[in-house]
Design a protein around this ligand. Structure first.
Ligand code: HEC
Ligand code: HEC
Length: 263
């Protein structure tokens, strides 16, 4: 019995020690995490490749650990409201639902503040990968190999070609509600996401103290973005993704995440 108590005590202090270390160095990744976040496997699987491409679509400089452009992208139209680095992100012109002006970034749509009038990339699923790479190297895109190297371009093209999903099928556009099974999603959230985000989704905050960004906050306000990140992970972060699981698994998890506290 005493032995058990001592053992429990040392486990507890180990956990406490781990937490203290983690707090001191929040941003640094250990070498194994570094290879997970920015490296590539020797034999990349399809799920890995598609998720890696999805992170480039999100924020390529964080995904690739490359130089972030500061000045506004000359190709960004004056119809849009954004300036600076964001105007270089694929998602800024083409949308979290990949539908551009015809999706949630459309005028009078839920994310209409991001309106640019630019087409989506849903139609590009018909374009061969090599032609996708070619169009991204040419005007209006003009992405150079210094920005997105050739091997990363291949992953990005794979994502465009076969890594997208039809967001309207999984999220009700008017209400933003995920068309998923909350109870089934709880199983995924509590056993996977909670390891880092906490059981209530409030362990990590990417907002501020007054306006927190918790899993629950974001899942309700920006479900299209959260679904994309669940399928591909968050660029530059040591976060898992659900690419090897089914779309239903992700949508159910999103439905549960929408029940978590926003504050
Ligand atoms: C500043 C705005 C902007 C950004 C950022 C941007 N694009 Fe585009 N994209 C456009 C415009 C405009 C077109 C339409 C070009 C045309 O038809 O000539 C387009 C077209 C495309 C197409 C072809 C769509 C089709 O159906 O023919 C693909 C694929 C594409 N973009 C992918 C990407 C990817 C991947 C990224 C990120 C690396 C990206 N775009 C970043 C503006 C942008
Ligand atoms: C291994 C740890 C880990 C796991 C597991 C994990 N995440 Fe994350 N997640 C992170 C980290 C780290 C960040 C970056 C937080 C930041 O930017 O401060 C993040 C960011 C996010 C973001 C916000 C990104 C943003 O800034 O907009 C969302 C949403 C998210 N995670 C949802 C989930 C969901 C849902 C799951 C379960 C499918 C999950 N995460 C599992 C570590 C994890």
């Amino acid at each position: 019995m005493r032995c058990l108590v001592t053992l429990l005590g040392s486990i507890l202090s180990l956990v406490a020690f781990g937490a203290a270390v983690a707090q001191e160095k929040p941003a640094a990744h250990s070498s194994s995490l570094q290879s997970f976040v920015h490296g590539a496997p020797d034999k990349p699987s399809t799920p890995w490749t598609l998720a890696a491409g999805g992170r480039i679509y999100d924020t390529w400089w964080d995904a690739l650990d490359s130089k972030r452009p500061r000045e506004t992208n000359p190709a960004y139209p004056s119809t849009g409201k954004r300036t600076g680095s964001n105007t270089w992100r694929c998602v800024e012109c083409h949308g979290w639902d990949y539908k551009g002006k015809d999706g949630v970034y459309g005028k009078d749509q839920p994310m209409g503040d991001r309106y640019t009038g630019i087409v989506g990339i849903r139609g590009a699923q018909r374009i061969p990968p090599a032609a996708i790479v070619k169009l991204l190297r040419a005007a209006p895109h003009n992405y150079t190999p210094e920005m997105i190297p050739d091997d990363a371009m291949v992953r990005l093209a794979a994502f465009v070609r076969s890594g997208q999903h039809d967001a309207d099928k999984y999220i009700d556009r008017k209400t933003g509600k995920a068309r998923g099974d909350v109870n089934r999603g709880a199983g995924f959230y509590q056993t996977v996401c909670a390891a880092c985000h906490g059981l209530d989704g409030r362990a990590l905050n990417w907002g501020t103290k007054d306006e927190p960004g918790f899993v629950g906050t974001e899942a309700k306000a920006l479900p299209w973005e959260v679904l994309h990140k669940m399928r591909n992970s968050h660029p530059g972060a040591a976060m898992i993704n659900m690419r090897a699981l089914s779309m239903k698994d992700a949508v159910d998890t999103l439905a549960y995440a929408q029940t978590l506290p926003e504050k």
